[in-house]
Design a protein. Structure first.
Length: 88
């Protein structure tokens, strides 16, 4: 999920898996796989950066909601701690 701002300045949290393509016309228009189009204030480059950042956070085990805003603290999970303890 990525945080964006609609053209009317209303915040939006978007499931980035639904993005089909992004274009600048001159507004930034996001076309979703559902057929819906969303106009946002962020540039296409900013959207790509946020999607990449979100997907990296998911792949690395970080809390995805926090990484969008730069808080990169690792959130420990009980499964990881129990596996580490059983190896000792």
């Amino acid at each position: 999920m990525i945080h964006l701002t609609r053209i009317n300045r209303v915040p939006l949290v978007l499931n980035s898996d639904l993005i089909e393509h992004v274009e600048a016309t001159p507004d930034t228009v996001i076309s979703l796989t559902t057929g819906q189009k969303i106009r946002v204030l962020e540039s296409p480059a900013e959207i790509v950066d946020r999607v990449v950042q979100f997907r990296r956070s998911v792949g690395s085990g970080l809390s995805p909601g926090r990484t969008v805003h730069g808080d990169l603290r690792r959130v420990p999970t009980p499964e990881v701690e129990s596996i580490s303890a059983s190896r000792d």
